[in-house]
Design a protein around this ligand. Structure first.
Ligand SMILES: [Zn+2]
Length: 446
């Protein structure tokens, strides 16, 4: 659709700056984004829009950057209720002594509903419009996200051992297939398969997961090479690096999203690049748990699609993807020993278009291009902490934090207006969160 064909639009956003992500590195000024229904109808200079477009609603954003909504490609949303519960601990002690016992005690359908909504409130306020989740009761996560109009990849958990959601691999897979069948035609919900990690899922269920992915087209997301211990232990017990084992099982492919990848050999990079698997980089979780450092710059140079995730709020401890982009850019420079590694524009692309690629939806998400879905955010640069403005892309990555997000739309529907959430009842949510906080605090004290 071109501007010539537009006479009546639903929404017109007048932006001081526009970072469309495509073309790469572009920063435009004084542009109007025209939304019709759920899609972007056109992007054109404001004077042209004045002449050609009659919009039902005009939103002037004179101090703002407008860009595609962020895509947070890895997390465990409901773990927001465990934010700050156990800090300053290495991964295995954090999991075995704190997180898994707390999950055993508290995770229920209501916990998932309230924790997911808390995470969504934080993500929406900080610019995320699509998130990926891997946690228990995925059918509840899908319903909650759908009902709030937020886009989500919902990975059902798959492990060798029983949890609150299932007795073992057969039950996880059959419930997971039902989840896929329920949501496979949804624009908002992308059901997916979430084998937890190579050290918690044996070969047979991994192969069944691959077969389910092939049959349904569902993506497969797995924690992979998170720590040096994981890789060393796999070599000792199986004689193979985990990525090598996944490749041998046929699990590495264009539908596969590998989360973390802090330990990467030349052979691992070849496996990733040749298979077309995606890497989800979660630098803050890796730093906080001292898991290791993903060589993001090198992976990017080798042609691996690199997207960005926060991981859960228990190991980050926030879900602000702008903060994550800043950390990713900084860590990439330190790891590469090169200040030009992973530029601000590349960090923004990781947080948007590369996430859409990992989801297989880059034809309709991840950049501001006519015809794509209207998942759009605006960031207010008028605050003193972000002045003066020479290069808005630099500010978004190096000076900003997500709280400067003032507006967001998903499918053309407003989600944040002047910093306020439109579709989540925050006071009611806070009552439920405080109730959980009280219960968990009491348990910790006893
Ligand atoms: Zn994780």
């Amino acid at each position: 659709m071109t501007a010539d064909t537009i006479t009546a639009a639903d929404i017109r956003i007048n932006a001081r700056w526009l970072i469309p992500i495509e073309p790469s590195g572009a920063v435009l000024e004084h542009q109007a984004v025209i939304i019709q229904g759920t899609r972007i109808a056109a992007i054109l200079p404001i004077p042209d829009a004045d002449r050609e477009v009659h919009a039902r609603e005009v939103i002037d954003l004179p101090d703002h950057v407008v860009m595609p909504g962020l895509i947070n490609m890895h997390g465990h949303a409901a773990m927001s209720l465990f934010r700050g519960l156990a800090d300053d601990l290495p991964l295995m002690s954090w999991l075995n002594d704190h997180i898994w016992p707390a999950e055993g005690r508290f995770v229920s359908e209501q916990f998932i509903a309230d924790g997911t909504q808390l995470a969504m409130a934080e993500m929406l306020r900080t610019g995320t419009t699509t998130f990926s989740d891997m946690y228990f009761f995925p059918e509840i996560v899908a319903q909650i996200a759908h009902d709030s109009g937020m886009r989500a990849q919902v990975c059902f958990p798959l492990l060798d051992f029983p949890t609150v959601w299932g007795a073992g691999p057969e039950e996880y897979l059959s419930k997971g297939e039902a989840l896929i069948n329920t949501w496979k035609d949804s624009s908002y919900i992308m059901p997916a398969i979430g084998p937890h990690a190579p050290y918690t899922v044996s070969d047979a269920p991994l192969v069944e997961a691959r077969e389910l992915s092939e049959k349904t087209g569902a993506r497969l997301q797995i924690h992979l090479h998170e720590t040096a211990f994981e890789v060393a232990d796999a070599i000792e017990t199986r004689g193979q690096r985990p990525a090598e084992r996944l490749a041998a099982l046929g699990v590495l492919g264009t539908n596969t999203q590998c989360v973390h990848m802090t330990q990467v050999s030349d052979q691992d990079i070849s496996l990733l690049a040749d298979s077309g698997a995606h890497v989800i980089h979660c630098p803050e979780s890796n730093l906080k748990l001292a898991s290791g450092l993903c060589p993001a710059h090198r992976l990017w140079q080798e042609g691996v699609n690199l997207a960005l995730g926060t991981d859960g709020a228990a190991s980050n401890n926030d879900l602000d993807l702008f903060g994550e982009a800043r950390t990713a850019a900084m860590v990439a420079k330190a790891v590469a020993n090169d200040a030009s590694a992973l530029t601000a524009h590349q960090a923004l692309q990781m947080a948007t278009l590369n996430g859409a690629k990992a989801l297989g939806r880059d034809h309709e998400l991840g950049s501001l291009v006519a015809g794509k879905l209207a998942d759009i955010i605006a960031i207010d640069l008028s605050d003193p902490f972000i002045q003066p403005v020479y290069d808005p892309a630099s500010h978004l990555v190096y000076s900003n934090h997500g709280r400067a997000v003032s507006h967001s739309w998903i499918n053309g529907v407003p989600q944040v207006q002047d910093g306020r959430l439109t579709r989540i009842d925050v006071p009611d949510l806070m009552l439920r969160v405080e109730d959980w906080g009280g219960k968990i605090r009491a348990q910790q004290a006893s």
